[in-house]
Design a protein around this ligand. Sequence first.
Ligand code: PLP
Length: 473
Amino acid sequence: VGVEEFRRMGYRVVDWVCDYYAGLGARPVRTDVKPGFLAGQLPPRAPESPESFEAVLSDIETRIMPGVTHWQHPSFFAWFPANASFPALLADLIGGALGMVGFSWASSPISTELEMAMLDWMAELCGLPASFRCNGGAGPGGGVIQGTASEAVVVAWLAARARAMRGRPPGDRLKLVAYGSDQAHSCYQKACRIVGIDHVRVLPASEAHDWALQPEALRAAMEEDVKAGLIPCFLQVSIGTTSSCAVDPVGGLAAVANEYGVWTHVDAAYAGSAALLPEAREHFGGLEAVQSYAFNPHKWLLTNFDCCCMWVADSGPLKEALSLTPVFLQGVGNALDYKDWQIPLGRRFRSLKLYFVLRMYGAEGLRSFLRHHTALAGAFAAALAADPRFELAAPQRFGLVCFRLRGASRQQSEALLAELNASGARFLIHTELGGRHTLRLAVGAAGTQLEHVAAAWAAVREAADRVLGEAGA
Ligand code: PLP
């Protein structure tokens, strides 16, 4: 495909994207296809001869769209958002066009230097501790873009282990212990599996503290483990758990962890974007006491998937764990080489997305975007609180509202969710809190407005009428 052909196709694709967004609200959020739906719809093997762009593009509506869940739909309220924006999309196009693989400074200097600068910008916008700044690679700390929050946990774990194992006999590896709450994302336990940790503590979060892990529970577990001859090593703390957006008390937990020489990693995958808001900073206290912190601009900060910002206060252990430099990868002087801060060697030019997003929205634009969603979730929570048939299952935090039918059975709660999702006009999921089926409404698609949240609330009330047999009462 030549340059002029690409120009023509590129305009067609941009037209397609614009039409898609213009008509998105009218589509069902979700498709009702079943597993295996694509089988038999594609030719049995890849074509031997090239096919036309027109033929491939026409497949988008016929073969691709039927299987798409529209995450950018204004009535997508499931999981957490993964909101996208045109500035980030354009940056991805340019990054793809440059097609560079910036594993080291020398492999493409701008890739490393823009990433350091963007992580410093972001750290400042979020009010993160000065120890996390890259400062052009001068400090012991710094930031890096990982693909996902799950990768950040694995990387943090490897650094924690490198630090803990300094001066210890190799056999002590088998004694290392991980700590996290039963509300921590499953990436906590997955990281422990990947790293090969046998002792994985899943501590009960406190219902009385809105599902936050309490320092006393952590201390008790660590004391017990030390007495048993084990070595506490890694703690995962959450700011904004997936189930209910619970916020663990970072400072109190990290203080206990530091007493035991344990590495604290803070996972703020979704909620971390809210650190841009001064009024939400109360949830982010204590970060100066932790060793690593990560959040996903790809969730709630208009940065198309994937983009996870991770910071460490000291990159030394990270490099001890991950730096290997064969002769063909040898770098330039003491420049920062991001291959030593991540699992793969190759890496995309993700910082360009952040550059476009930060420049084109500005901090003010991003703050008002976050406030808009928080207010929409607040409006939903207020309507719910005023209807005696419902209860909030956890305080509304950020864009998330967790709710239940008061006194309802599990079957009724499941029926309510099924009713809500049946039309395809909107999409919510449920979680379990304290063993109870709980519905979640997560506001965060870029196009979501009050009308979509109001329609969701009307649908919740009507579905409750049917489930409770109150229709027409
Ligand atoms: N941590 C939390 C609190 C999350 O909510 C999620 C995903 O929703 C993750 C981690 C995993 O994110 P990722 O897909 O970036 O690994």
